[in-house]
Structures are given as C-alpha cells and as structure tokens.
Design a binder for this molecule. Structure first.
Ligand SMILES: Cc1cc2nc3c(=O)[nH]c(=O)nc-3n(C[C@H](O)[C@H](O)[C@H](O)COP(=O)(O)O)c2cc1C
Length: 484
C-alpha cells in the first residue's frame, strides 16, 4: 500500500468532448462559479489534496470539437483566488504559461493567494502549446520549444528569488519602537538574464509556504529535465502502467543526477475514471459518452473546417487496414469485419469492449463510431465501480508508476461527485489516502518540506550549459553553495 497524492483537475463543463451533452451536465460557462464552489466543497469534504486548474491563452471554433472546456472558462488565478475564500483546507493549484506571463506580476499574485489561503496555493508552470497565444500577447509568433524552455528555467529561478524578497522575520511591526521593517531583511532580486530582467524586491511578504509548490506539465526531453531539476510535481502524459513506470524512473534518475533528493520529486499522471454503481453501469456511461461525440461523417456535406481531421472513418480506415470510409458510422462491428483488421484495429476493438461492454460477438456489438472515438479522443480512462477504480489506482502506486493522480471528470457534477463520494472513501479504506488533512499547507499535503530563504542560506544559483540525455546542449541551472 503506497500513499498517493490525489488532486482533481477541474474542467467545469467536463473533461470529455461530449460530457456537457449528457443529461444534467453543467454546460454554460456563465454558471461556472456555482460549479467551482460545489466542486470545492465536495472535494474538501472528501479530503482531496488539491484542485488543479489548467490554462489556455486563446480560443476558437476548433476547440468546440476538440476540448470544449477550453472554449470559454474562468482564468485559473481568478478561480483559485475565488476558492481560497470559500475553502479552508484543500490545496489550490493554478497553471501559468511562462512564455507569456510576467514574472513579477505572477510572483505577486501567487504570493498573495498563498497568504490569503494560509499556504494552500500551488503553481503549474507550462511553456504552452497554443500558437494563437502569441497574437494575444503582442508577439509575432509562438517561440520554438528550446527558446520557451530556456525562458521557463529563468522564470522559475526569478519566481523563487521574488518570493524570497522578504526574510520570514523581515516585518518587525513593533508598535512600541515604531520599527515596521528590518531593512537588512528585504532583498533585491537583481536578475538580468537572456530572457528576463527583474529588479525586485517583491512588494508582498514571503509566502506562508516559503515557495509555492511548483508543478510542471510537459512531454519533451527539455520538459523532463526542467521537471527533474526544478519542479516539486511533474505532471506527465502516460500511455499505460509500464510507460508510467519508465517515465517516473527517468525523471527520478534525472533528479538524482542533478544533485537533488529524488524523493522530493512527485510524479503525477492524469486519469479519467468513469464511475458506476456496477461495472455494467459504468460501461453504459462510457458508452453514452462515446455515442455523443460527433465524428466527421455526422455532417453529410462535410464537417466544419475546424473539425479535428483524425475523428473520421477515413482515419479509422488507415488504422484498421479495412476500407470502412464509405460505411455508415452506425454500422455494427461484427466478427467478420474484425477478422480483416490489423493488430492495431483488433486492439482498438478490445479497448472499446473494456470501456463500453460492447464486443463484436455480443448482443450489442460496437459500431464504427465507437472505434473512431476510441482512436481519436485521447483520454486515460478507467471504467468500473468505485472498488475497481480504487484497486487500479493502488496497483499503479504499488508498481512505482506514479506518486499520485490528477483526476479528470467527464461529466460535471455527476462524475466528479461519483469519484469524490465513491472512489475516495474506498482509497481511504485501503490506506492509500488519509481520512483527515494531516497538515495545514499544500506542501504538507504533498509531503514536501518548506524551503529556506536563499538570502538566509546564501545559496547561489548560476546558469550554465549541460548536455541532456538526448545529446542536445541544454541551458539549465546549477545550484551551488555560496560562502559568506
Ligand atoms: C498532463 C499535461 C497537462 C498540460 N496542461 C496544460 C495547460 O493547462 N495549459 C498549457 O498551456 N499547456 C499544458 N500542457 C502542455 C505543456 O505545457 C507543454 O506546453 C506542451 O506539452 C509542449 O511542451 P512539451 O513539448 O515539453 O510537451 C500540459 C501537458 C501535459 C502533459
């Protein structure tokens, strides 16, 4: 039994393309405040470690079909500020895109939320994958991956420096002597790098947590190195348990090689559980979700230009190796059709059977639509009862695949509550998650210590170039003690 970190990745209209279409689902972003409030109350009562909010710096018609929750939603810093005032124990993590954010403003906002929430704020630093963000921030183009990662390395360093502006006891506030501030304990930032230049000091007291826990989400070799050297939580995309074990091992050995205690890096995977009262009930929910996803053939004259190209019978044809492009999407996938499929096609049929309970030889065979959706909607689903899902989570923890999960909910509020009220107590019964909050701050929930102030320890940080595992020259940070 391994203690897991369990947070919820909150997407107010659901984290599956058709989740908002299910009966009773929240579907109007103008009503997000009530959904966020309810989710926070339920999650805190269940004792989840944190609520997590992603970010996206542009919108467009294409997102309606791909990730509808990205079309219109509350800014994550605003969401956690709102929730800080109506919760008292749960951690609150917001995503910021360092390719466009201003470090002084972000350090100021996040230190403020940490103080306002009693040390419950966290920050997910991403470099962003949306090119349209450039046009919204006065830039001609979205910078290349290497450039964005060079910038995030400086950004993380500057944030920590800004949060360290005030030593913990810098504010004396001695009414008798009239001394408010010990000026020797307020420090300039004075960072002037290739991408960022910040004088400091920050005009907010040191955060309750010293430094907010830093999450990093990404997939590239630069992302791995950055997470290993600088993040407290690495949020990684995984494709099955063995892949997760390999990624976690890689991250932890990179952390170790960079001179860090690798146990302080927690590896978290996103997961989308579909929870039902019985396995068949859960499968029927997954089945309905699949059937409600639109595919290209739903428009007889062709889908809108913004429609995802891969969600079509033409793309399915390429995968299964049998020409299904002229068939109806509602055509049953029978054993004789499957007999001609490629190995990848057969595997897809197995995935659909596992998720929806539909098998080619059964009474309700899957349709081609089910296969298109399973092949094109990228979601790490686990479908079953609360007990089965808790078992799966526990198995991943015991196998060393993850330190925890960011739980997505396909339908708000129904699936969010089915997880919080059904799966969480089951995880607690197994000892995978405590029944009470044991600490006050998010760092304490995550099992992380409070960092010292750099101006007290006199650690220095210098920038240098090292060679990454992929042989590419990487610009990164080296931490070395500076002697008084
Ligand atoms: C699980 C996960 C969640 C992510 N969430 C966000 C997000 O909310 N906003 C965002 O701009 N990028 C997000 N990203 C994308 C990464 O930040 C990154 O910009 C993108 O993957 C490109 O960098 P890479 O090549 O290192 O992966 C996420 C990535 C992963 C793996």
């Amino acid at each position: 039994m391994t203690r897991l970190i369990i947070g919820a990745m909150v997407r107010a209209i659901g984290a599956y393309p058709s989740g908002w279409r299910v009966s009773g689902a929240h579907r109007d972003p103008r009503g997000d405040a009530a959904v966020l409030r309810r989710a926070a109350e339920v999650a805190e009562a269940a004792r989840l470690d944190y609520l997590f909010f992603g970010d996206w710096l542009a919108t467009g018609h294409d997102l309606e079909f791909r990730d509808p929750y990205l079309v219109a939603r509350i800014d994550p810093i605003s969401a956690i500020t709102y929730l800080a005032g109506i919760t008292s124990r749960i951690g609150l993590i917001a995503t910021a895109n360092t390719s466009y954010a201003d470090p002084y403003s972000l350090a100021r906002a996040t230190a403020s939320i940490d103080l306002l929430s009693g040390g419950r704020a966290g920050l997910n630093l991403v470099t962003g994958a949306e090119p349209r963000a450039a046009g919204n921030h006065g830039q001609d183009f979205h910078a290349a991956n290497e450039h964005r990662y060079d910038r995030v390395v400086e950004f993380e360093h500057v944030l920590r420096r800004l949060w360290d502006s005030f030593e913990d006891d810098a504010i004396v506030a001695d009414a008798a002597t009239g001394v408010f501030l010990d000026p020797g304990k307020l420090h300039a930032t004075d960072f002037h790098g290739a991408h960022l230049s910040v004088t400091g000091p920050l005009n907010v007291a040191r955060p309750v947590q010293g430094h907010l826990p830093i999450v990093h989400a990404g997939t590239s070799p630069r992302s791995r190195l950055f997470a290993a050297q600088s993040a407290d939580l690495a949020l990684v995309a995984v494709n099955g348990l063995e892949h997760a074990v390999a990624i976690r091992e890689e991250l932890r050995s990179l952390a170790f090689e960079s001179g860090r205690d690798d146990r302080t890096l927690k590896v978290i995977a996103p997961v989308l559980p579909i929870v039902g009262e019985t396995r068949g009930h859960a499968q029927s929910i997954a089945d309905e979700l699949s059937e409600l996803v639109q595919i290209a053939e739903d428009w007889p004259d062709g889908p809108p230009a913004a429609f995802p190209a891969k969600r079509s019978l033409a793309q399915l044809t390429a995968l299964v190796g049998v020409d299904v492009s002229e068939l109806s999407p509602d055509r049953a996938v029978t054993p004789s059709l499957v007999a001609g499929f490629s190995a990848a096609g057969q595997e897809l049929v197995d995935i659909v059977a596992e998720r929806t309970g539909r098998s080619p030889s059964g009474e309700r065979p899957p349709t081609l639509r089910h296969l298109v959706v399973a092949a094109s909607v990228n979601a790490s689903m686990v479908v079953g009862t609360a007990v089965e899902i808790a078992e799966e989570f526990e198995a991943w923890g015991d196998a060393g695949a993850v330190d925890g999960f960011n739980v997505l909910s396909a339908v708000q509020p129904a699936q969010f509550e089915a997880f919080a009220l059904g799966v969480v107590p089951e995880l607690q019964r197994r000892g995978v998650l405590p029944t009470e909050y044991e600490g006050e701050t998010l760092r304490e929930h995550l099992g992380l210590g409070r960092p010292d102030n750099v101006h007290v320890t006199r650690d220095d940080v210098s920038f240098r170039t090292v060679t990454g595992r992929d042989g590419v020259g990487l610009r990164t940070v080296e931490r070395s003690p500076r002697h008084p």
